[in-house]
Design a protein around this ligand. Structure first.
Ligand SMILES: Cc1ncc(COP(=O)(O)O)c(C=O)c1O
Length: 391
């Protein structure tokens, strides 16, 4: 199977981990030889409730039996979409109550950028260095990683970059700016949390200049940081939210959310301002609704902060310089990217899945399912400490 994977499937890196998957359940993934891996990645922050959560699986099966794709997004009234959008609104302060469902995070970024340009009538976008917002060309234009972008230029013109957490850079937001787009917690850059009041100050400057603030919650949202959306920790309410990943409970999804007033400008002058065939697919929407209902009916979001403390208590070792991040969006920092790779690969041998971050080689990703138990956290951390001792 691995040979066929390498031959017939387009590859994204020269050395994929290429574990041959047999099945997955809860916090564990099993390969075709029967080896069991404890999953500290959760499909890169996507499997909010772990693998094959019975309520998500049941919602998918029930919906498949009723109907699957029936029409492009936005034409027919489909209960799974309505239920999901209503549930999302429940978690948000007014006036953020209108959701546009997409197939992926990067499409949600595209929609949010178009919406900001359309609403303000301006074209300049301000983004942060080392940001990651997706890989289609519009989203890539606001990713501040020149080593990636330079191979694909020209991208969208009129993008300016600021340094995340750098207050003096905020003055670059002017009356020419349509929107500032930031990850609430920078992911690919190394799980960098915003400093006290940084986001609130960005928002204040946006308001003064008539620009919109877009917060990308694709990774930090859906409970991962101990609040439904990460920005709730930082005394700020954005104008547009971009979400995805964990919203689908393991199914492909994205969404951008704003007020009725802002969102309504996509429907006229011109009409069909943003369209998609499969966005809001009823089976995916049913899975997402089941995920949010389970989060609502459990203590999983609250428990995330207790689980963070447990990780921080257990991951103490002379080779670990720092644990970055918030909730279950954590990164182990070590002295070099070589060392980070050694640790990741050694833990893999020992049956623990860890992963790299996009732009920070010295970081090791820990983003397990929110359903991970204390026992599983202890088991995984013991493997990491063993690996560090052997290295
Ligand atoms: C912060 C952030 N924005 C956008 C994206 C893109 O989402 P997708 O891969 O679903 O297109 C990601 C995915 O890693 C992300 O972490």
């Amino acid at each position: 199977m691995k040979q066929l994977f390498l031959k017939y499937q387009a590859q994204t890196s020269p050395h994929p981990l290429a574990i041959e998957i047999s099945h997955a359940n809860g916090s564990y993934i099993f390969d075709s030889k029967g080896k069991k891996y404890l999953d500290f990645i959760a499909g890169v922050s996507a499997n909010t409730l772990g693998h094959n959560h019975p309520k998500v699986t049941l919602a998918i099966k029930n919906q498949v039996d009723k109907y699957s794709h029936v029409m492009v997004y936005g034409e027919f009234v489909q209960q799974p979409q309505v239920n999901l959008a209503k549930l999302i609104a429940k978690y948000l302060p007014s006036p953020l109550e209108t959701t546009y469902l997409t197939n992926s995070g990067t499409e949600a970024t595209e929609g949010a950028l178009k919406l900001a340009k359309r609403y303000t009538g301006r074209s300049e976008i301000i983004a942060a260095k080392n940001a990651y917002h997706g890989n289609t060309q519009g989203a890539m234009s606001v990713c501040g990683a020149e080593q990636q972008n330079s191979a694909f230029r020209p991208l969208i013109p009129g993008i300016k970059f600021i340094k995340f957490n750098e207050l003096t850079d905020i003055s670059k937001i002017t009356t020419a700016t349509a929107a500032v787009i930031l990850e609430t917690i920078q992911g690919g850059a190394g799980f960098i949390v915003p400093e006290e009041n940084y986001l609130a100050k960005v928002k204040q400057r946006c308001e003064e200049m008539g620009a919109l603030l877009i917060l990308d919650e694709i990774q930090s949202g859906i409970g991962r940081t101990g609040a439904f959306f990460g920005f709730e920790h930082y005394h700020v309410v954005p104008d547009i939210i971009v979400t995805g990943k964990g919203l689908g409970g393991g199914m492909p999804i994205g969404a951008f959310i704003s007020s009725q007033k802002i969102m309504s400008c996509l429907k006229e002058h011109p009409k069909l301002g943003h369209i998609t065939t499969f966005g809001g697919h009823p089976v995916i929407a049913a899975a997402a609704t089941a995920t949010l209902q389970e989060l609502h009916n459990s203590n999983l979001i609250k428990e995330t902060l207790h689980k963070e403390l447990l990780f921080r208590k257990l991951l103490v070792h002379p080779l670990i310089s720092e644990i970055r991040g918030k909730g279950l969006m954590l990164a182990i920092m070590v002295e070099s990217s070589d060392l980070a790779s050694k640790i990741i690969l050694k833990c893999l041998e020992k049956g623990l899945l860890l992963f790299w971050l996009l732009f920070e080689g010295k970081a090791i990703r820990i983003t397990p399912p929110l359903t991970i138990s204390d026992k599983e956290i202890r088991e995984g951390c013991a493997i990491i400490i063993d690996a560090l001792n052997e290295i």
